[in-house]
Design a protein around this ligand. Structure first.
Ligand code: ATP
Ligand code: MG
Length: 320
């Protein structure tokens, strides 16, 4: 991490959740929230809570939802100097309700919120100018203009000898279109660590099987691929270490939102600190497992000490 903090760019929002399972929001119902949220925000908060240097380029409104988010990030140790406050626009929000089968219905206000006004400000350039790593969160591409900021950040950090991770947390429709596909390919071409989950691996590679996808992506020059498999754990693939699997921790799933973001944050931060893949996977699986046991997307972020205790309590001593 000597080169500088891990930096990401993207949406900050509050999440307001239905307290009952069902379909959508077509009648009045009990809700709980606001919870701090946004995939890039969850990711960067987890980097900082785990002990990594971290910063985010983002925008919030001049309202309580913005304050709630910025204060959480600041308290957890994130550099918030490049979070702009945009007058006249509300902070982004997402209302979410789970269906009985685990699918989710959303009402989003993101592209037309303050998050949609995210810009490459002087403060953003200053933060990126001292960064050692850029994390590209695919969900941020839903905001027009963010791709250009991310690509500039990637170029700056790569020129300093820094590295890039990519979570292609992205709607399939976006990747299938011409411009979305080009964007994904542009990011893949500069990615050192790829963090897909489920089908995202096949979609990113344009391949039919996991093995073919891994081969194609490593062939592009991606240093390592870490596949998130939900309750089946995770796998690392690289030329240097081959394939390394790590089973998940057995937990009761309360709210899966944020698991992938916390997993990625901890995996990356372990690797930036020089830990081998097997150890990074164990910590990352522990972080993902703890996240799903807590309601609220950012409520399950973990410190290093909490993960050490969790791993020890599960009888899965940290491998040397
Ligand atoms: P997200 O919903 O945040 O996008 P994702 O699809 O990117 O998540 P997942 O594979 O769902 O990522 O979760 C990331 C990691 O968290 C998994 O690899 C696993 O280690 C852990 N995890 C997720 N769900 C569970 C679960 N039900 N039980 C135990 N561990 C889990
Ligand atoms: Mg994901």
């Amino acid at each position: 991490e000597a080169l500088g903090p891990t930096v990401t760019v993207g949406e900050i929002l509050v999440e307001i959740m239905a307290t009952t399972v069902g379909r959508g929001f077509l009648s009045p119902q009990p809700l709980v929230g606001p919870f701090p949220s946004g995939a890039p925000a969850i990711f960067i908060d987890q980097v900082a809570r785990f002990g990594g240097a971290a910063g985010i380029v983002a925008a919030v409104g001049e309202d309580d939802f913005g304050v709630l988010n910025v204060e959480r990030l600041r308290t957890d140790g994130v550099d918030v100097s490049a979070i702009a406050t945009v007058p006249g626009k509300p902070t982004g929000s997402a209302f979410v309700r789970y269906r009985p089968d685990g699918a989710r219905d959303f009402v989003f206000n993101i592209a037309h919120s303050a998050a949609g006004e995210t810009r490459m400000t002087d403060a953003a350039r200053a933060l990126i100018g001292r960064a050692g790593h850029v994390h590209v969160m695919g969900s941020a591409f839903a905001i027009p203009g963010i791709a250009a900021i991310l690509l500039e950040a990637v170029a700056t950090v790569k020129a300093r000898g820094g590295s890039v991770s990519f979570d292609p947390n992205i709607r399939k429709e976006l990747v299938q279109g011409g411009e979305g596909r080009r964007l994904v390919d542009d990011v893949l071409a500069v990615t050192d660590l790829l963090l897909p989950s489920g089908d995202e691996l096949l979609v990113a590679a344009g391949a039919a099987t996991e093995a073919a996808a891994v081969e194609r992506l490593l062939g592009l020059g991606i240093g390592e691929i870490v596949l998130k498999r939900g309750r089946d754990g995770s796998s690392h693939f690289s030329r240097a270490f081959g394939r390394v699997d790590c089973p998940a921790f057995a937990v009761e799933e309360i709210d899966p939102t944020g698991a992938g973001d916390c997993f990625g944050a901890v995996y990356l931060t372990c690797r930036r600190a020089g830990l081998p893949p097997a150890r990074a996977l164990l910590y990352a699986n522990a972080a993902g497992a703890r996240t799903v046991t807590k309601q609220g997307p950012m409520e399950g972020v973990s410190s290093l000490a909490e993960l050490d205790d969790f791993i020890a309590a599960a009888g899965r001593g940290v491998p040397a």
